[in-house]
Every structure is written in C-alpha cells, then in structure tokens.
Ligand binder design. Structure first.
Ligand SMILES: [Fe+2]
Length: 263
C-alpha cells in the first residue's frame, strides 16, 4: 500500500491521530474502508441517471441564498465572484440536506458529514439537520468531464492573520471519490504540490475512498482525458462529493475577510 493510504472500518480517536500525522507529513491521506464500493456505485449511477445539463447556470452565478438550495452551475474559465484567478472546467451541483433528495445521495452525504464532524472535532450530528454556529454543510457534487475537465493550481486559504475563528474547516478538505481513475477516466485527476513535488493523489485510489488534504497546500485537477471529445450533456469523467462547512452569508457577512469559498 502507498505510504499515505490507511485502511480503517470506522473513525476513532486513535486512527484520527494517525490520519492527521499522515496528512501533516505527506500533505494528504487516502482513507479506505469507510464507504462500501456498492453504496457509492449506486449513488453514482442514480446521479448520472437523474443529471441534466439543462439545469446549468453560468460560471459566476450562485448567490449565497441560491447555493443553499439545489443549484447547478457549469464553471468555465477563471471568472469568479471573489476575483481569484483559478482556471477551470467543471460542474458544481449543490444539494443541501434540506433540499429535495433528487440524486438519492442523502444517505451518503449524512455518513460523509458524520465523518467530517468526527474528523474536525464537532459533535457527530453537527450541521446535518440545521444551521449551527452560523455554519451549514455545503453538500455538493463536482463533475470534471472527460475532454478536459480541470482546475488550475491554487490553495484554499490565505494564511495571513489566521485565527481559530475563521479556521472552521480546520484547514482540512475532505473529498469522497465516486469515480475511479482508469475506470471512469484514464488520465489527469487531482494533485497536490508537496515539498516541490507534484503528487497525483488519486492514482491507486478506488470508488468510495476518502481523500483528505491540507487546504493550505497547493492543489489542482489536471485535465481529465484531454484526448476525448467534450460532451457537456453527459455526467462523465471524474465525479466527487464535498461537504465543507460554509458560513451562512445569507444571515450576516463573513466574520472574517480571510475566509473564502472557492468552489
Ligand atoms: Fe481547492
């Protein structure tokens, strides 16, 4: 097994320490065994069946209240609300707990949220049924299509004046892989830059593996199968779930100007 990979059946305080250690020394960790391949495959198939490109909104769409509902956008280029130049071609599909379970992904998202909560040190059910501490679970599906889906190299946070207050995701990003390299796409995928080396963190991963990386680390997604013809009406390529805690911008302004949502 790759040195950053850990196989566990459930998250405990003991293996949590081991995961932190791996992430801190290697920049990332791959956690196997928390999700069954079957349940992930089922979710992926249902998502693909119920996906429609007709719901796509523009790259810079998505107000704070819009993304708290089922909301889908196709992001092309580097234009973004916060002005950060991150070049991309991907879809983001927001699917919060309180919105219609249109992709049958709710159970996966609940399990994923519980793992996030345990990992980040919150109560098990934190932000699952409601908004808590002005935070909500930004459940979303990200799709990087074959034919060039990508995101250029960036880091998620500005490190200046970091305080516990704006450190809500504790600088760890969690990604649940619904697809698998060499099965759903052949080339490209997520990487990090660690000690000046580019590491493809999804090589040797499987459907249902959980990726954890430090969001302060430089990372991106290399073009998914650029030799293929792009077909934006299909949900193909690399598909992952994310569930970062977002501040509820519909209620009040961010407590910190250093906290930014980049996806
Ligand atoms: Fe990022």
């Amino acid at each position: 097994m790759i040195k950053s990979t850990l196989k566990i059946k459930s998250l405990t305080n003991l293996n949590k320490k081991r995961i932190f250690k791996l992430v801190n020394s290697n920049g990332y960790a791959v956690i196997k065994g928390l999700f069954k391949k079957k349940e992930v495959e089922k979710g992926l198939n249902y998502f693909k069946k119920n996906f429609s490109s007709l719901h796509d909104k523009s790259s810079i769409s998505g107000t704070p209240s819009e993304i708290k509902k089922n909301f889908q956008k196709l992001c092309v280029g580097s234009a973004s609300v916060n002005g950060e130049k991150i070049y991309r071609l991907h879809r983001v599909i927001y699917n919060p707990f309180w919105s219609k379970n249109k992709f049958e992904l709710k159970n996966l998202f609940i399990k994923f949220a519980k793992i996030r909560n345990l990992f980040l040190g919150f109560d098990e059910n934190f932000c699952i049924k409601k908004i808590e501490k002005n935070l909500w679970s930004a459940n979303r599906v990200l799709q990087y299509p074959v034919g060039g889906g990508h995101m250029s190299c960036h880091s998620d946070y500005i490190l200046k004046n970091v305080s516990e207050k704006n450190n809500i995701n504790k600088f760890y990003q969690l990604i649940l892989l619904l697809t698998e390299k060499s099965k759903h796409y052949q080339n490209g995928g997520a990487y990090i830059i660690h000690k000046n080396k580019k590491i493809y963190i999804e090589d040797n991963t499987e459907q249902g593996d959980l990726l954890i990386y430090k969001s302060t680390v430089k990372h991106g997604v290399d073009e998914i199968d650029p030799n293929m013809k792009l077909n934006l009406s299909k949900a193909n390529g690399r598909i992952v779930l994310m569930n970062s805690l977002y501040q509820d911008f519909t209620i009040k302004k961010s407590r910190s100007k250093f906290f930014r949502n980049l996806s």
